[in-house]
Design a protein around this ligand. Sequence first.
Ligand code: CMC
Length: 431
Amino acid sequence: MADETRKATLIIGNENYDLPIYSPTEGPDVIDIRKLYGQAGVFTYDPGFTSTASCDSTITFIDGDEGVLTHRGYPIDQLASKSHYLEVCYLLLYGELPTAAELEKFEDTITHHTMIHEQMHNFFRGFRRDAHPMATMVGVVGAMSAFYHDSTDISDPHQREIASHRLIAKMPTIAAMAYKYSIGQPFVYPRNDLDYAANFLHMCFAVPAAEYVVDPILARAMDRIFTLHADHEQNASTSTVRLASSSGANPFACIAAGIACLWGPAHGGANQACLEMLKEIGSVDRIPEFIARAKDKNDPFRLMGFGHRVYKNFDPRAKVMKQSADEVLDLLGVENNPILQVAKELEKQALADPYFADKKLFPNVDFYSGIILEAMGFPTSMFTPVFAVSRTVGWISQWKEQLADPQMKIGRPRQLYRGHKQRDYRDIETR
Ligand code: CMC
């Protein structure tokens, strides 16, 4: 809603342009520049969207200065300690915490959508065995639109709902199958008697030859990792999903686009990159060398798992993740894990260093998640697929919200063109 009493005035030459200001529930005011080009004939320039609100949303809020993250108003630390992943999925999708009956129905629906079309097994077999599981996931999730035609019509609310449930339910199955395929083990079918996180661990680590009992503490830690990554407002992969969806693309294609974007090391790929970095550092005595490299402008090296576009304070998810890392490693009897020791010492030394303090670089969620995942038995290549499983509900919730928004338009940024002015084609002999 525009605040009629306040307007931002932009002066270009002798002309004044009044721009409406919107007041959000929380966060900074927003200046509406949608009519600016029509009125003043100028564009705004904001590569990386550092000062641009790309949509109107009611799902997730981040106060980066205070280190606050809320979903539908509920703080992430409360959700991580008191709730669980599927309840958070319901909250993100429908806006309110479910009643007991609503939750039971939702969990039942998700549980009964976890199997994938049997023919998709053949599709997996087309990939090379050494494919990164994220490469397989991008392909398989995109291919879901070829297998589930009855939920690709975005104008039908019922189909939208089914597509949402299918994606949340099947993503762990697809990620686990991508992993099993990469290590040459048989696919493990989902089990309806296990909860979401336990079922995922079972599909990843069980083999037909032996019974595999999921440790409830590991299942709880897995559930917490899913919960902490469930949504994060308009990050790169979510914005990718929204942009893909703005053209009217089907939900499976949009989520495949989100997975592709998540893969990059500046985003979801950071958990893999962070653990690889901790291993490369290897021992605490080498930390100063790596900190020096991270500070060196001539060295492209960055401390992975450090820094965030929005958080200029502790990432609230990292605090919970650090505690989880201690619990899981303690349970597994590896509390003296050298990687954890390097991580803790690196965090300490970086936080005490004026370079990181001045630039407000703090550990982010990926700093500790890799340590937990590795202790659970996941190879580094599975870290980003786990993130993709968790984030699916966030992508879907934002996709649903966008489709319901009457102001939705195809996303079509403009540019600051600095190329050649128009010139005439020259025949090849004259060049
Ligand atoms: N190590 C060393 N220096 C850093 C780091 C880092 N991890 N992150 C930022 N800086 C410096 C950077 O060199 C720049 O310095 P200067 O102002 O002198 O040029 C300044 O801090 C600001 O960095 P930026 O790249 O302009 O900031 P950004 O908001 O565009 O980037 C980021 C945010 C997350 C991409 C970046 O901090 C980074 O590359 N971090 C490491 C990768 C990582 O952990 N990513 C996971 C993010 S959380 C999970 C997720 O969202 O998927």
